[in-house]
Design a binder for this molecule. Structure first.
Ligand code: NAI
Length: 385
C-alpha cells in the first residue's frame, strides 16, 4: 500500500534563515537531503508575506529537489533558497553578493542556481562570494547559463512520450493550454509551436501574453480559467499547488505535463487526477532538464553528456507510466516510491547541524511569529527547534 503522504513525511536536514540588513537580504535556505550529494536547487526571489510563507515554500521546493535529483540520476541532494523581495528600494547586485556570502558559510552543503525571479546576472554576483553556485554565463561548448531552455526541452520530451501513450494524435492535431509564459513557459511554447501544436496561453503579465500571441499565434486566455481551458494537454509553467481539489474536477485536458514545481497541492491530488483518467506526469520527473544542466556545469560534464541525460527524460517517463500502470497506482505515487528507493539506498552521510546558530537567534527573536506557523509546520513535517 502506497503511503500517499510520503513526500510530505520526510523532514528537511536543516533550515537556515539568511538575513543581512545592509543589503536587504531576507530569506531561507532549506537543505532537505545530503544523501546523494550536496543539496542543489535554485533560488526563488519572490514577494512573500512572512517567514512562514517563505519557509513553507522553501521546504516544499527543497523536498521536490531531493526527489527530482534522485530520479534524474544526479549525484546531488535536494535544497532550495527563497529570498523575500525587499519592499523598498534596494541594490540588486549587493543583495545577491550578500546571498553568496551566506551560501559560502554553509560550506558546500548547498549549491544554488536560478529559479523564479532570478537570472544569470544574479548568479554572477553570487559567484563573486562563493563557488557553490551554477547557472553562470557559459563558456563556449560547456554547460552553464540560464537552465530554462533545458527545462523546457525536458518537459517537451516528457510530453512527447505521454502524448503517444494517452492522446495518440500528432502534435499538429493537439491543443496545449500553457499557464505561465516566463522562461520555461515560452521555451515550451517555442517547441510546441515548432511541432505544430495549437496553443492557448495565460500569464499575469499581459505583455508576455501579447508576445506569445504574436510569436506563436497562440490564443490568449484569462489566468483564472486557463487550468480548465478546452485543451488536450494542460502545461502548468507558473507557480505550484495549482492542482487542487477545487480545480481537478473541472480540468478538461487528458494529460497534465508542465514545468512548474510542486504542481500537486497535496500528494493525494495525484489520485484525484487518476480517478478522472487524467494522466499526470510528475513535475519533478518532467522538469529535470534545467537541474541536469546545472549539475553538468557544477561537475564539469561535457554538453554532450548533459544532452544525453536530458534525452533520458523521455524513456524515464515511459518506464514510470508503465510501472504505475502495473502497480495500479498514480504515476505521482510511483515516482515518489522510486525516488525514495534511490535516496534510501544511498550511503547515509553523517548528519550535519539541524539548525544554524543564526536561525536559533531568529527563532528566539521571532518566537511569537514562529508560534503562528504551527499549523503549517504540522502539515509540512518540520519545525524550528
Ligand atoms: P519565470 O519567473 O520566468 O516565469 C513565471 C511566469 O509565470 C511569469 O511570467 C508569471 O507572470 C507567470 N505567472 C505566475 N503566476 C501565474 C498565474 N497564476 N497565472 C498565469 N501566469 C502566472 O519562472 P520560470 O523560470 O519560467 O519557472 C516557471 C516554473 O517552472 C516555476 O514553478 C519554477 O519553479 C519551475 N521550474 C523552473 C526551472 C527553470 O529552469 N527555470 C526548472 C524547474 C522548474
Amino acid at each position: 500500500m502506497v503511503k500517499s503522504n510520503m513526500l510530505e513525511a520526510v523532514p528537511p536536514h536543516a533550515i537556515h534563515r539568511i538575513q543581512d540588513e545592509a543589503s536587504g537580504l531576507d530569506g531561507i535556505v532549506v537543505i532537505h537531503s545530503l544523501r546523494l550529494g550536496p543539496a542543489t536547487g535554485g533560488c526563488r526571489f519572490w514577494d512573500y508575506t512572512d517567514i512562514c510563507e517563505m519557509a513553507e515554500d522553501a521546504v516544499r521546493l527543497a523536498r521536490g529537489m531531493s526527489y527530482k535529483n534522485a530520479m534524474a540520476g544526479l549525484p546531488m541532494g535536494g535544497g532550495k533558497a527563497v529570498i523575500n523581495r525587499p519592499k523598498g528600494p534596494y541594490d540588486r547586485q549587493k543583495l545577491f553578493r550578500s546571498f553568496g556570502r551566506e551560501i559560502a558559510r554553509l560550506g558546500g552543503d548547498y549549491v544554488t542556481a536560478e529559479d523564479v525571479g532570478t537570472n544569470v546576472s544574479d548568479m554572477m554576483q553570487v559567484a563573486r562570494a562563493t563557488n557553490f553556485v551554477a547557472g553562470l554565463a557559459p563558456k563556449i561548448g560547456t554547460p552553464g547559463g540560464n537552465p530554462s531552455p533545458f527545462t523546457a526541452r525536458g518537459v517537451f520530451l516528457a510530453m512527447e512520450v505521454a502524448v503517444a501513450q494517452r492522446i495518440g494524435k500528432p502534435f499538429d492535431r493537439i491543443t496545449v493550454a500553457v499557464q505561465g509564459l516566463g522562461n520555461v513557459g515560452v521555451g515550451l511554447c517555442e517547441l510546441l509551436h515548432a511541432a505544430g501544436a495549437r496553443l492557448i496561453v495565460a500569464d499575469l503579465d499581459p505583455e508576455r501574453v501579447a508576445l506569445a500571441v504574436n510569436r506563436f499565434g497562440a490564443a490568449p486566455h484569462n489566468s483564472e480559467g486557463i487550468l480548465t481551458a478546452n485543451a488536450d494537454i494542460l502545461a502548468p509553467c507558473a507557480m505550484g499547488a495549482i492542482l487542487n481539489e477545487a480545480v481537478i474536477p473541472d480540468i478538461l485536458a487528458k494529460l497534465v505535463c508542465g514545468g512548474a514545481n510542486n504542481q500537486l497541492a497535496v500528494p493525494e491530488c495525484g489520485a484525484l487526477l487518476a480517478e478522472r483518467d487524467i494522466l499526470y506526469i510528475p513535475d519533478y520527473v518532467a522538469n529535470a532538464g534545467g537541474i541536469i544542466n546545472v549539475a553538468g556545469e557544477y561537475l564539469n560534464w561535457s554538453q554532450y553528456e548533459v544532452d544525453a541525460r536530458i534525452d533520458a527524460i523521455g524513456p524515464r517517463v515511459s518506464a514510470l507510466i508503465e510501472a504505475a500502470a502495473q502497480e495500479n497506482i498514480p504515476p505521482s505515487a510511483m515516482a515518489d516510491i522510486m525516488a525514495h528507493e534511490i535516496i534510501g539506498s544511498a550511503a547515509k552521510r553523517p548528519p550535519g547541524p539541524v539548525m544554524s546558530s543564526k536561525q536559533t537567534d531568529i527563532e528566539r527573536r521571532d518566537a511569537s511569529l514562529a508560534q503562528g506557523c504551527d499549523a503549517k509546520r504540522a502539515t509540512l513535517g518540520w519545525a524550528f527547534k
